[in-house]
Design a protein around this ligand. Structure first.
Ligand code: OXD
Ligand code: MN
Length: 596
């Protein structure tokens, strides 16, 4: 007989109903205590879901391996299930709620036999803040529970909040057979419900993250008048103690995490900046009573990409992941520490690779390809609290005021290092026309350019035309606007070599952005927006050939006119729903590009 630590009828009835469907042997409520966490860790070690890492060098750290075909978000199996297809829009996969529940129910049926169902009450955002959202996730995976304990506020206090609010997002997850042919990630925004089955990969199963905080939250945000965005939030402190905050949207695996916690580069050290990390992936933003935009990060952890993380690219993250971290799909070294391509130190002489096989450098598979030690989308889950640059405002209910919004994509060509929109509406156009090359975070063809408006293409829980309209409307409610910019750290020369060093040097661009916000520098008008004037990006101590900056800021009108064709094709998908204001911006841009 299940013991319920709550009298809330809605919650009890739902847990009972889901248990009848999934038929677990047992139900365990997660209370957020250290003792319960330790028990779960011990059980996960015994069941081989986790491998314990070197206790001296990586205290509190574990390794997990997923199934080989379960290593990234499966966008083609992710659905928005609204009653009307039109409400999901042309960019989402859609299934009717009736069909989706039916299909998934067949997979969930009895899926938790001989397993325990864990009940995880969680809060996205500080518990009790009027800007937070409550969810309850049911799962048969200890890995999910242990990750959720890092990524969200979990336990007793949240349960009391569920009782107060009498509402919560109902999140059901089962690994089932981890069968890609029986995998579905379903969102029912009209029912405030998420069902995920057949996967064990973070982005598909930590339901507070992409599913609730972006897909469901974006739907709620539209209804309630705020924004749920795929954005990092960071503060830049000047030596006088003044901190300015920015939010930046980049597609998955394009450097949000590295940017959010950068250490000032050597050449700018003398200026005495200090960076504060509020979040690396999700921003919930709203217009406050002062007429400006304020943001909170609803998460309490980072779910970062391991490959390429090292003391050069992200020293703060290297510090953060030294304890209390769950690594997924990385190499296990004989000394029980971990490694990935692009990690610090020597390439290990041997180890166990992400698939659990003995590994040596230079090994080739049967097709002659190099065998990777870590999967390119291998990850770590780690608490923000352990990050040396964690902002002291992370737990403040009101969050932080936003001075600049940055959109960015990974583009080898076309888009300059940085440019500024003419105004809010033009800024929304910049966001709506963002495009980026695919990375390992999505299953798909690496390097292919796809439109990814506001980096929300895979995460918008409703019709994106209405989402653009919502962005335009939010602008009308503000009296003090953040400025909107577009950046591209990834432009290359004719030989395919990056023109900009990126990483910590990106602070030089952020400095220009804030100077523009504070009216400290002028800019030069171009057909696509305002560009930095020569000399206004501080290159002190940076060995950058002069022609690189020229190339980085150059605009190829012919290529831009070509780009407009892709934008037109994309906009046309939304038919008459696309806000006229965006077509107007399109025509104005076309005209500016054809002028002189
Ligand atoms: C992520 C992603 O994990 O965007 O943050 O895929
Ligand atoms: Mn992300």
């Amino acid at each position: 007989m299940t013991k319920f630590p709550t009298h809330n009828k809605k919650l009890k009835d739902w847990v009972n109903k889901m248990a009848r469907l999934c038929e677990p042997d047992d139900i365990v409520w997660i209370d957020g205590s250290e003792a319960q966490k330790e028990t779960l860790e011990q059980e996960a070690l015994a069941s081989a879901e986790l491998i314990e890492l070197n206790k001296e060098r990586l205290p509190g750290c574990f390794l997990h391996r997923t199934a080989v075909d379960d290593v990234a978000r499966t966008e083609h199996l992710t659905y928005i299930c609204t009653r009307r297809k039109h409400d999901a829009g042309p960019t989402n996969n859609w299934m009717s709620p009736r069909q989706a529940y039916k299909k998934a129910r067949e997979i969930f049926k009895g899926a938790m036999k001989a397993r325990t169902m864990y009940v995880i009450p969680f809060s996205m955002g500080p518990v009790g803040s009027e800007f937070s959202k409550i969810g309850v996730e049911l799962t048969d995976s200890r890995y999910v529970v242990l990750n959720m304990l890092i990524m969200a506020r979990v336990g007793e206090a949240v349960l009391r909040q569920v009782e107060k609010e009498d509402d919560f997002t109902r999140c059901l997850h089962s690994k089932a057979q981890l069968d890609i042919n029986k995998r579905l990630i379903l969102h029912f925004p009209e029912d405030n419900t998420i069902w995920s089955v057949g996967s064990g990969y973070g982005g598909n199963v930590l339901l507070g993250k992409k599913c609730l905080s972006l897909r469901i939250a974006s739907f709620l945000a539209k209804k309630e008048g705020w924004l749920a965005e795929h954005m990092l939030i960071m503060g830049i402190e000047e030596p006088n103690g003044h901190i300015e905050y920015i939010a930046a949207a980049f597609p998955s695996a394009c450097g949000k995490t590295n940017l959010a916690m950068l250490l000032p580069p050597e050449g700018l050290k003398a200026k005495g900046y200090r960076i504060w990390t509020v979040g690396d992936d999700i921003a919930w933003m709203r217009v406050d009573s002062d007429g400006s935009l304020w943001a909170v990060n609803p998460e309490t952890g980072f779910f970062g990409v391991a490959p390429g993380t090292n003391s050069e690219t992200n020293p703060n993250m290297v510090e953060t992941i030294k304890k209390d971290t769950i690594f997924t799909n990385v190499l296990l070294k004989p000394d029980k520490t971990v490694w990935w391509e692009g990690a610090d130190g020597e390439v290990p002489a041997e180890g166990i690779d992400w698939q659990g096989q003995p590994w040596k450098p230079g090994m080739r598979d049967s097709q002659g390809n190099t065998v990777k030690a870590a999967h390119p989308n291998s990850r770590f889950t780690t608490p923000i609290a352990n990050c040396p640059s964690a902002s002291f405002r992370i737990h403040q209910h009101h969050g932080v005021p936003i001075s600049a919004i940055i959109f960015g994509g990974r583009r080898a060509h076309l888009t300059p290092l940085v440019y500024e929109s003419f105004n809010w509406q033009h800024g929304v156009f910049l966001g709506a026309t963002m495009a980026s090359e695919l990375t390992a975070a999505q299953m798909g063809k690496l390097g292919q350019v796809r439109r990814d408006p506001m980096a929300m293409f895979p995460f918008c829980g409703y019709n994106m035309a209405d989402y653009f309209r919502h962005w335009l409307d939010i602008g009308k409610r503000m009296s003090k606007y953040p400025k909107i910019f577009h950046v591209n750290w990834f432009r290359t020369d004719e030989k395919g070599k990056f023109l900009w060093p990126g990483f910590c040097e990106n602070l030089r661009v952020l400095e220009w952005i804030l100077d523009r916000y504070n009216n400290k520098v002028e800019a030069q008008k171009s057909p696509i927006g305002y560009l930095p004037k020569s000399g206004d990006i501080d290159l002190t101590g940076l060995d950058l050939p002069k022609e690189n900056l020229e190339k980085l800021l150059s605009i190829d009108r012919k290529a831009w006119l070509e780009e407009l064709k892709g934008i037109k094709e994309f906009f046309r998908k939304f038919k008459q729903d696309l806000p006229q204001e965006l077509w107007q911006e399109f025509r104005d841009l076309q005209q500016r590009l054809k002028q002189d």
